[in-house]
Design a protein around this ligand. Structure first.
Ligand SMILES: [Zn+2]
Length: 427
């Protein structure tokens, strides 16, 4: 069964064509025309791939439109990019002392002590697809809790690249936050302690975003959810993150659809929206399921940033049985699949785990800090970073895991206090 599915994946050129078509929609930032185009395109492509109807699941959320941002130091004015849902600064911007906190770890903030209060703090973005990384949102949260007036995160790659990402939800207590280039941070670091002006614009509005679903029923009423997120950021075309996952899901759907009626579990394809907004689309979807719906989901296989660098890794989040399931599947088909055990709450699989459903995320280039994965969330996340070969490899590895999840024993569910477990082990 697997070799037949793999054959269909490798014999077709559509995976590369669809990847480029998705990227041509633009970065797919939720609430923009680019996202609207992408949802319409994916609705059509998913219908073609599965040969079945596609359901749009709308969710209301507090949307946000990004305005211009800049940092001014004396006569020098630097480009900046507001982090998602940053509060706007008032007219004339926010003028405060710049405080360079280096990487921006808990220890860096502690060392700075009272100087954080009232300052515009400067921290560094880090390579995200690996262990030992201290997430931007944690740095941001420490900054605002300690009374910082503004937050700047600098790209860790030279080349004039801005960086983006989420911050808070823009509610009370949140502070203006923006990404700047590596070179801007170098200039600001030399002026550490000097006054700088931060301007951030953005407006909030009630919006709706659609998740897309298509189902390939199996023999029972159980499901394996194959997911990828639609939305991205507006600095580039969000090619690696996550047009790669979308293209792989479509290719896989096309390759397995005729087999689904013979599988023990059906395949529910979920393309989630507003993922870059703290995983909102999948959270709202799962919150809308009742206990019986959730019990019928045996597993979630989430494809996020699955091409752009060699090698695929399963992020297994210490869920009992999942690591062994990946090893068994890899060995059965002679595939190489890396395993990273600690919980990684960095994509939609985390919400499935929180809902008590076993899940894993597949991603490319894990731990390869010099690979193209270093360009996620920057203007460098463009289609030229991804090859059709990598996309096919991702779809093949995903096919093996999907078929095993649809035919094998159910992996044990995470403990009922999964939310507490995942909070405790988040890195
Ligand atoms: Zn992603």
């Amino acid at each position: 069964m697997f070799s037949e599915v793999a054959g269909r994946i490798w014999a077709s050129t559509r995976i590369g064509e669809e990847f480029h078509a998705i990227c041509a929609c633009g970065g797919r930032f939720s609430g923009t025309a680019s996202e609207t185009r992408a949802v319409a395109l994916l609705e059509r492509l998913l219908g073609e791939a599965t040969g079945t109807g596609v359901v749009r699941e709308p969710h209301a959320y507090r949307g946000w439109t990004r305005g211009p941002a800049a940092v001014t130091l004396g006569e020098q004015r630097f480009a900046a990019h507001a982090l998602v849902r940053s509060p706007a600064t008032t007219a004339g911007g926010l003028t405060r002392l710049i405080l360079d906190l280096g990487r921006g770890t808990t220890e860096d903030f502690e060392r700075a002590g009272a100087a954080v209060a009232g300052a515009i703090v400067l921290v560094r973005h880090e390579f995200m697809v690996g262990s030992g990384h201290f997430h931007r949102r944690r740095k941001y949260d420490i900054a605002r809790v300690r009374g910082a007036a503004g937050f700047l995160v600098a790209c860790n790659q030279p080349g004039g690249l801005l960086v983006t990402g989420s911050s808070g939800d823009g509610g009370p207590g949140h502070i203006p936050a923006a990404g700047v280039a590596f070179e801007t941070a170098a200039a600001l670091a030399l002026a550490n302690g000097a006054p700088v002006n931060l301007e951030v614009a953005g407006t909030f509005a009630e919006r709706s975003a659609d998740n897309l679903f298509a189902e390939l029923p199996g023999e029972s009423d159980e499901w394996v959810v194959l997911s990828a997120h639609i939305d991205g950021h507006d600095l580039a075309s969000s090619a690696i993150d996550n047009a790669s996952g979308l293209a792989a899901v479509l290719a896989l759907a096309r390759a397995v659809r005729h087999l689904a009626p013979r599988l023990r579990r059906g395949i529910r394809i979920a393309l989630f929206n507003i993922e870059e907004w703290a995983l909102l689309g999948s959270a709202l979807h799962l919150a809308g399921l009742d206990a019986a719906d959730r019990r019928r989901i045996a597993f979630n296989l989430n494809l996020d940033s699955v091409a752009g660098a060699p090698g695929l890794t399963a992020l297994t989040s210490r869920i009992q049985g999942v690591e062994a399931f990946v090893r068994r599947t890899a060995a059965a088909h002679g595939l190489e699949i890396g395993i990273h055990s600690p919980f990684m709450g960095n994509s939609d699989h985390a919400n499935f785990i929180r809902a008590g459903i076993p899940a894993l995320r597949l991603c490319a280039g894990f731990g390869a800090a010099s690979s193209n994965m270093r360009l996620l969330l920057t203007p460098g996340d463009t289609p030229d970073k991804v090859t059709a070969h990598q996309l096919k490899e991702a779809a093949t590895v995903a096919a093996a895991l999907l078929l095993a999840a649809c035919t094998g024993e159910q992996p044990p569910a995470p403990p009922l206090d999964a939310a507490a477990v995942t909070r405790a082990t988040a890195d």
